[in-house]
Write a protein that binds this ligand. Structure first.
Ligand code: NDP
Length: 514
């Protein structure tokens, strides 16, 4: 079958036929748009062309061997090109494949051969085209790209997309950032392709890198919640000696209540899965080594730059990093005995189930609290400040609304988060809102969460996200922390000066006699 199969004019070129790109094409086509699929490795385009020819959207979808042919069939004006390819880490690789595609010239792969001289998109697209980067790009890269496109007078959108391959097909959450002028021509297309829950789960997020910033924060929250769910499963499995299938009804009950959301739903499903090869529970045959593509790390780095505490996200990231050291952990397990202080009594069974639910809920609240705090600080940051500052204002209640559908962190918590921000647009931390403070202050709830973390610590079991979140809650509500000693130490060795509780000003020093 010929790879290039084009007929007339198309609304959109989608470059990058990975799991996301392929399904996004089907989604746009079902919404009435004509789309051309193109991919760096031409064999992938060929395979996609054969598949799509058998589908009901065949007339809406074309394929092209290279971007040169695709651009010749793009609607003008009003066409768009959406790139959905692997993002680069700007720390490791300041300019990545996306920049080659946009500005420097891309390649087409034919088996072992490469055609190296495909011109950059900026030289191929008709005037008035909107170029969209829908990869999980680092906000810093998107800021650079915004500036470069603006310099060339080309309309550009950097958008976050969440929902995995199924979301891309049925309706993801879409978080577009860039100029309003660039968003206007593609708004209808993106908003109709998004999930529809309480309106479209796509809304204009803000200037420049706002869309990718919000997507990064989304992924940071995702890291925290995923880790917390994993710890809940682990505690129940290890302390109650339960098989995954026995934990499934406990998870199902939580999912039906205030813990409900996509990540809980899939985790409940996973608990019931059986490996067809071995007949064992699926979870029992999966290696305990988690991968990552960088967005959790970036969220933590961005938070450090902005000076916002995100301990749940950072703990989840570090838990994944530690998990990667599998052989080393196995060796250490043989050599380092834990002096375990706790015990787990059979009569604590019901208590553990209840406490796991409370610790998990508290951790979910903490993960969202950190994400929304981070987005608030980014909105307030001085754009002139070179240390991780952002030139956009985020509408936090609207972000809570669009996260309700299509995305990976959609959950029951987003309605009260949205409500809390609507009631108090200046809300500093969702833990302070009555929607959450009522639960967090409840004596039984707190006792349960503390007991859960204490039990895990006593027995030497994983508690990364649940423990970090409890600490976040405790330090946030502590009026006087031990930082007075830190101030004194800094002044002692570096004459950094300190502030006093009884006088204004910063430059006080330890007195030698003192
Ligand atoms: P991958 O992240 O696995 O990326 C594969 C695609 O990227 C292929 O089409 C590949 O082309 C292309 N690609 C990689 N490097 C280059 C390059 N230098 N030049 C041109 N093309 C390149 O695919 P996914 O579909 O999973 O994700 C696509 C994007 O969407 C990523 O940025 C990802 O982070 C983001 N995303 C993914 C989600 C998911 O659940 N998978 C969810 C939300 C966003 P080739 O076939 O030639 O190798």
């Amino acid at each position: 079958m010929a790879v290039t199969n084009l007929d007339g004019e198309y609304d959109l070129i989608l470059y990058g036929l990975g799991v996301m790109g392929e399904n996004f094409i089907r989604n746009f086509a079902r919404n009435g748009y004509r789309v051309i699929g193109v991919n760096r490795t031409v064999a992938v385009t060929e395979k996609f062309a054969a598949q799509v020819a058998e589908e009901d959207i065949a007339r809406q979808v074309g394929t092209a061997e290279t971007l040169v042919e695709a651009c010749q069939h793009l609607k003008s004006p009003g066409g768009a090109v959406l790139a959905m390819i692997k993002a680069n880490d700007p720390v490791i690789e300041p300019w990545g494949g996306i920049d080659d595609l946009f500005f420097r010239g891309s390649i087409a792969r034919y088996g072992e051969q490469e055609q190296k001289d495909v011109p950059p998109l900026v030289d191929l697209v008709p005037e008035g085209t909107v170029i969209i980067d829908a990869a999980n790009s680092h906000p810093r890269s998107t800021r650079q790209r915004c500036a470069e496109f603006a310099r060339r007078n080309i309309l550009f959108i950097g958008t976050g997309v969440s929902g995995g391959s199924e979301g891309a097909l049925k309706g993801p959450c879409i978080m577009p950032g860039g100029s309003k002028e660039a968003y206007a021509p593609v708004s209808q297309m993106l908003e109709s392709a998004a999930a529809q829950v309480d309106g479209s789960c796509c809304t204009y997020i803000g200037d420049n890198e706002a869309g990718h910033f919000v997507k990064n924060v989304h992924n940071g929250i995702e890291y925290g919640i995923m880790q917390a769910i994993a710890e809940a499963y682990y505690a129940l499995a290890h302390l109650l000696d339960l098989a995954p299938a026995d934990i499934q009804p406990i998870f199902a009950e939580m999912t039906a209540g205030r813990h409900g959301g996509y990540l809980m739903e899939i985790s409940t499903l996973i608990l019931g899965m059986v490996d067809s090869e071995s007949g064992k529970p699926m979870l029992d045959v999966i290696l305990d080594r988690a991968g990552q593509k960088g967005t959790g790390k970036w969220t933590s780095q961005i938070a450090f730059d902005l000076g916002v505490p995100v301990p749940t996200v950072a703990a989840a990231l570090q838990a994944r990093i530690m998990s990667a050291y599998k052989p080393e952990r196995e060796a250490a397990a043989q050599k380092l005995a834990g002096r375990l202080a706790g015990r787990f009594a059979a009569e604590d069974r019901e208590r553990l189930i209840e406490a796991t639910a409370d610790a998990l809920y508290g951790t979910m609240v903490a993960a969202y609290a950190q994400g929304f705090w981070l987005m608030r600080e980014a909105s307030l940051a001085d754009p002139e400040d070179s240390n991780g500052s952002y030139d956009f204002t985020l509408q936090l209640d609207e972000i809570a609304r669009i996260w309700k559908g299509g995305c990976i962190i959609r959950s029951q918590l987003l309605d009260p988060i949205r409500e809390a921000h609507q009631e108090d647009p200046d809300l500093h931390n969702i833990m302070l809102a009555p929607q959450f403070s009522r639960t967090l202050e409840d004596e039984q709830f707190q006792t349960n969460w503390r007991w859960w973390v204490r039990t895990m610590a006593g027995l030497g079991l994983p508690r990364d996200a649940m423990g970090a979140s409890l600490l976040f809650f405790d330090t946030y509500r502590t009026a006087r922390l031990p930082a007075n000693m830190i101030q004194a130490q800094r002044d002692c060795f570096g004459e950094h000066g300190f502030e006093r509780v009884d006088k204004d000003g910063k430059g006080f020093h330890l007195s030698p006699a003192g």
